[in-house]
Design a protein around this ligand. Structure first.
Ligand SMILES: Nc1ncnc2c1ncn2[C@@H]1O[C@H](COP(=O)(O)OP(=O)(O)O)[C@@H](O)[C@H]1O
Ligand SMILES: [Mg+2]
Length: 282
């Protein structure tokens, strides 16, 4: 199995890349309209950025997409399959993997953390694996080989057996990415993948995200504040403000959109300078 191996079959159109369609999604939290009729379409094999000022509803939308939060109304489909109302593990099985804004890693080695992503695919399940039941050893070997391959792919090959708490911040963010990729997703949700990174780490991560999309043929939806990085790697951008979608288009289009400039007044979206990511090829 190689990183460019066949992607998971889709429910409605076997072999076709997935399309994520969010239609008219609304989420209320006791008086706060966190999402107000949001529409968004992530095209197959694309990198789609979700941006907006703090409190705009970006994390809430990610929570809806991954099943952590239930929409009050509207629908979310992946390759024509309804995700609304599905439990998080079911959504993961259907091919949606995510990373979190704040790193969520357990103790243990890179290998152990990356392997956690395989559990969604492990037929033997946790109990059988723990008891070492027949048939599961072979399964474990296959999962370990795939985990190693993905770790190498994101640049963690040398660190595979190192405890995660000895890694740099940038490498720990990579472990999260590798763990998500280990679920063999067709849609990858990245919540601020370069937040807190220095320029060199940002450039490396931008290059990795580009390679992931190209080699694994999946769609990526990312929340990110670094406009330089978005200009470099995103095909399309959706802008949220106070829970509403106010613009969708190419990075250049939304950067020039008067309503977007208004929403970002004083925070400088239009004048966002190219980050180190600009220097990295896709
Ligand atoms: N669990 C929650 N309970 C109450 N209000 C929430 C909750 N989560 C988010 N909100 C509110 O919903 C709005 C959108 O928040 P969020 O999705 O976190 O925005 P963003 O990620 O764009 O900064 C904000 O007004 C926030 O205070
Ligand atoms: Mg957020």
């Amino acid at each position: 199995m190689s990183p460019s191996g066949p992607r998971r079959a889709q429910a409605t159109d076997p072999g076709a890349p997935p399309t994520l369609v969010v239609r008219d999604v609304t989420v209320r939290f006791a008086g706060v309209l966190a999402l107000d009729g949001v529409d968004l379409t992530v095209r197959p094999d694309s990198v789609h950025a979700l941006i907006g000022p703090n409190g705009a509803g970006k994390s809430t939308l990610f929570n809806v997409l991954s099943g952590v939060c239930r929409a009050d109304s509207g629908s979310v489909t992946l390759a024509g399959r309804e995700l609304t109302g599905c439990a998080p593990h079911r959504i993961a099985e259907l091919g949606v993997a995510r990373t979190f804004q704040n790193i969520v890693l357990t103790r243990g080695t890179v290998a152990q953390n990356v392997l956690l992503g395989r559990h969604v695919l492990t037929r033997g399940g946790f109990v059988a694996t723990a008891l070492g039941l027949p048939g599961t050893r072979r399964e474990q070997r296959i999962h370990l080989a795939r985990a190693r391959e993905i770790a190498e792919f994101v640049g963690l090959g040398r660190l595979f057996d190192i405890p995660v708490d000895l890694l740099s911040y940038g490498d720990r963010k990579r472990v999260e990415l590798a763990r998500a990729l280990c679920m063999e997703p067709t849609l990858l949700l990245l919540d601020e993948p370069v937040a807190g990174m220095n320029a060199a780490e940002r450039a490396r991560m931008a290059a990795t995200i580009g390679r992931v999309r190209a080699a694994l043929g999946l769609s990526i939806l990312l929340v990110e504040h670094d406009m330089g990085l978005i200009m470099r790697i995103a095909d399309e951008v959706t802008v949220l403000d106070f829970g509403r979608g106010i613009a969708t288009g190419t990075p250049r289009e939304v950067q020039r959109d008067p309503e977007v400039i208004r929403a970002y007044l004083g925070t400088g979206i239009a004048g966002a300078s190219p980050s180190a990511a600009e220097e990295v090829g896709r």
